[in-house]
Write a protein that binds this ligand. Structure first.
Ligand code: NDP
Length: 289
C-alpha cells in the first residue's frame, strides 16, 4: 500500500451548534472497529452563511474528505455544492458534502437513514402515512416515504397550516389536513411519523408533551418519532403502552451517518446493538449532567 493510502483521512460535522452531535461518537466507533486511520471532528461555525462557505472552502483546502452538515446550514450546503444527488435536490437540503478533486458533491442521507431504520418494522401492505410537522426534517421524511419506501398516500398536518399546504403542493402523493384532525387521521394511517419537536428535551428538561394520544390508532400501526433526546418520547411511551410497533429517532440518526463513513473512510459502517448501546450511553450521560 502506498504512503498516501496509509495517511489519515479526515472528515467532520459542521453546524452551529455541534456540541450535542452524536456523529463523532458514531464515526469513531466504526473507525476503531475497522482499525482505520480515520478522524471525524465537530466544527462549529459562526458568521452565518458566509462563515459557513469560508469554513467549507478551508476544510476542503486542508484535505478533508467531506463533511456532514447540520442545522442551520443544510440548505446552504446544497446551494454551494457543484452537483447534488436526486435525494438532496428533491428534499432541498444536504446533510453530506463530499470533496472531490474538482468539485463538491451534495447528498442527503437523512431520508435513507429513516427508510433503513423503519423498513424492518413496516409491513409490505403499508399504504398510508401520517406525517406530523412541516419543518426541515419533514422534507426528508416525505421523500423517504414517497420515493424510497413507496407509500403512495401521505397526509401532512402541521400547527402552521400554510407550511403543511406548501409541502403537500411540492411532493406528489402528499396532501395536507388540519392540525386539529390529527387524531382522526392517525386512525387511518399504517405508519405515523412525528417530525415536530414536541416531546424534545430543552435545556436538559425532558419534554413532557405528546403530539398524539393515539386513541383512534389501529393495532398494527407503526409509530415513529424522529426526536431522539429523550429517546423514549411521550409519544413512543404511549405507543408501547398500546402494544404498537415503535421506532425511535436513534434508528434514523445512526443510519444517516453510514453513507458518509463509507464514502470518506472507505470502511464498513454496520449499525448494530453495540453502536446503539454506545449512543444510548452518551445520551443518558448528557441527561444526567
Ligand atoms: P424545524 O424547526 O424545522 O420544525 C419544527 C416543527 O415542529 C415544525 O413543524 C413546527 O410547527 C413544529 N412544532 C414545534 N413546536 C410545536 C408545538 N408546540 N406544537 C405543534 N407543533 C410544533 O425542526 P426540524 O424539522 O429540523 O427538527 C424537528 C425534530 O426532529 C427535532 O427534535 C430534531 O432533533 C429531530 N431530528 C432528528 C433527526 C434524526 O436523525 N433522528 C434528524 C433531523 C431532525 P410550525 O411550523 O407550526 O412552527
Amino acid at each position: 500500500m502506498s504512503a498516501a493510502a496509509d495517511s489519515p483521512r479526515v472528515a467532520g460535522v459542521v453546524g452551529a451548534p455541534v456540541g450535542h452531535s452524536l456523529s463523532p461518537l458514531i464515526h469513531r466507533t466504526w473507525a476503531e472497529r475497522a482499525r482505520l486511520p480515520f478522524h471525524y471532528v465537530p466544527i462549529e461555525v459562526d458568521g452565518g452563511e458566509p462563515g459557513f462557505a469560508r469554513a467549507i472552502e478551508g476544510l476542503r483546502m486542508a484535505g478533508f474528505k467531506g463533511v456532514n452538515v447540520t442545522l442551520p446550514f443544510k440548505e446552504e450546503a446544497l446551494r454551494l455544492a457543484d452537483g447534488a444527488s436526486e435525494a438532496a435536490r428533491a428534499i432541498g437540503a444536504a446533510n453530506m458534502l463530499t470533496f472531490n478533486k474538482d468539485d463538491i458533491h451534495a447528498d442527503n442521507s437523512d431520508a435513507l437513514g429513516f427508510c433503513e431504520g423503519v423498513k424492518s418494522s413496516l409491513p409490505d401492505t403499508a399504504r398510508r402515512a401520517l406525517v406530523l410537522g412541516a419543518g426541515g426534517s419533514a422534507r426528508a421524511i416525505l421523500y423517504a416515504l414517497l420515493s424510497l419506501i413507496g407509500i403512495d398516500d401521505v397526509v401532512i398536518v402541521n400547527r402552521t397550516a400554510s407550511r403543511a399546504n406548501a409541502l403537500a403542493a411540492e411532493f406528489a402523493g402528499a396532501k395536507s389536513a388540519a392540525w386539529d384532525s390529527r387524531e382522526t387521521a392517525a386512525g387511518e394511517a399504517d405508519v405515523i411519523v412525528n417530525t415536530t419537536s414536541i416531546g424534545m428535551a430543552r435545556d436538559g428538561v425532558a419534554g413532557g408533551e405528546t403530539p398524539l394520544t393515539l386513541e383512534h390508532v389501529r393495532p398494527l400501526t407503526v409509530v415513529c418519532d424522529i426526536v431522539y433526546a429523550p429517546l423514549k418520547t411521550p409519544l413512543l411511551r404511549n405507543a408501547k403502552a398500546k402494544g404498537l410497533p415503535a421506532v425511535d429517532g436513534l434508528e434514523m440518526l445512526m443510519r444517516q451517518a453510514a453513507p458518509g463513513f463509507r464514502a470518506w473512510s472507505g470502511g464498513q459502517a454496520v449499525v448494530d446493538a453495540d453502536l446503539r448501546a454506545a449512543c444510548e450511553a452518551a445520551l443518558n450521560a448528557r441527561r444526567a449532567s
